[in-house]
Design a protein around this ligand. Structure first.
Ligand code: ATP
Ligand code: MG
Length: 366
């Protein structure tokens, strides 16, 4: 799949932009704060209806504008297609059109223009706190499995409600009467999440292992381990079995949850670990090893998505090349010899193939 043409109107710092892209490598060059990341954001938003940086849709509408419009002409699923979004600066619902017909939700364009974004923060994902790793995994898995995303949203809703019950009981103990019902639903949906995650981490880990092995010249064996609630003995077990094991754990922590007024147990605390030749990367990995493993994970993500959609997703590299030494740059660039790629950077000399697009203050120059 590829994005042939992009038009933006009042999106971020772009008043009006029309740009045609190369089917291979597109190098987006410009000084700081000119709109390079904004351009990647628009490309990623087109295909997913999600922003990797905005908290609210309204942030993407140019300051003072009545609406923002994004339009992409795409070659995907063996035909020309178009996607159009209109975003508003207020609570008015966004508009989505696919091939000129109004659509209700982003899932109506799922698979038309999927993309993988790689930014400098991703390079450290294996070293930082577990919430970033969870966000990464949830994001990728949601893109692959819409049912997972629905279950995750449901789980979060129940969890928020349970957190409110635990807080409110300080004022009124009677709210505790509904807690068992919430715990039961939490375990039911939670078991489903664990089941999805077990399968996802197994295939992600396997693909990443192959990339990492190749990159380290066969010297380092990458192994990813999914870590979930301790009573779950086998995350591949039938969902019903996982559910009852989650209930066991919750029961054991019942008093602690009441005392702390917090939801202490469940898959919202899940994490994953990577070790190289049996040594924990998080605790002992060098900077270089951490970066290589992160690149392997991203390439693995791209591979899983390519399998899912039977076509290579776009690869969006935001400022990562400047963070990598020449050896890692070469490895990454060699792996992206197929599919469409968008690379932002401040100096253009790093990549010599493809189309150069120079951005200045929301305009293309040259
Ligand atoms: P860097 O090299 O530093 O990463 P960049 O070229 O990636 O820079 P962007 O993040 O794409 O820069 O663009 C940042 C600019 O966009 C900022 O100057 C910011 O003020 C502007 N901007 C962001 N949102 C909006 C908006 N809604 N309306 C107008 N301008 C905006
Ligand atoms: Mg940027």
């Amino acid at each position: 799949m590829r994005l042939d043409k992009l038009s933006l109107r009042d999106f971020r710092n772009y008043v009006n932009l029309e740009v045609e892209f190369d089917p291979g490598v597109n190098l987006i060059v410009g000084d700081n704060a000119q709109g390079k990341t904004n351009l990647l954001e628009s490309i990623s938003y087109l295909g997913t209806g999600k922003s990797f940086r905005a908290q609210r849709t309204s942030e993407m509408v140019r300051f003072g504008a009545e609406f923002a419009e994004l339009r992409g002409e795409v070659f995907s699923q063996e035909r020309e297609q178009s996607i159009r979004w209109v975003l508003f600066p207020n609570a008015r619902p966004r508009i989505l059109e696919r091939n000129g017909a109004k659509k209700r939700s982003a899932s109506d364009v799922a698979g038309v223009l999927p993309s993988v974004l790689f930014c400098p923060e991703d390079l450290m994902v294996l070293k930082t706190g577990s919430s970033q790793r969870r966000r990464f995994a949830d994001h990728v898995l949601s893109g692959l499995r819409p049912n997972y995303e629905a279950a995750l949203t449901e789980y979060q809703k129940i969890l928020d409600h349970k957190a409110r019950i635990l807080r409110d009981k300080e004022e009124d103990m009677s709210v505790l009467a509904i807690l068992p019902e919430f715990n039961a639903r939490l375990c039911q949906v939670g078991a489903l999440l664990i089941s999805y995650r077990a399968r996802f981490f197994a295939s992600l880990g396997q693909a990443a292992q192959t990339y990492h092995r190749e990159f380290s010249g066969g010297l380092e064996e990458f192994r990813l381990t999914y870590k979930t609630v301790s009573t779950v003995t086998d995350p591949f077990a039938p969902v019903e079995e996982i559910r009852s094991q989650l209930e066991d754990h919750l029961e054991r922590h019942y008093r602690a949850e009441l005392a702390s007024c917090q939801c202490l147990t469940g898959p919202h605390k899940d994490d994953f670990d990577v070790d190289l030749n049996g040594i924990s990367l998080k605790s002992f990995g060098s900077q270089g090893q951490t970066r290589t493993a992160a690149i392997s994970l991203k390439l693995a993500q791209r591979e899983l998505m390519a399998k899912q959609w039977q076509s290579e997703p776009l690869l969006l590299l935001d400022d990562v090349l400047s963070e990598l030494d020449p050896k890692r740059q070469d490895f990454l660039l060699n792996q992206i010899s197929h599919g469409q790629v968008f690379i932002t950077c401040c100096e253009p000399e790093k990549v010599t193939t493809g189309k150069n697009i120079r951005i200045e203050n929301g305009n293309i120059i040259g």
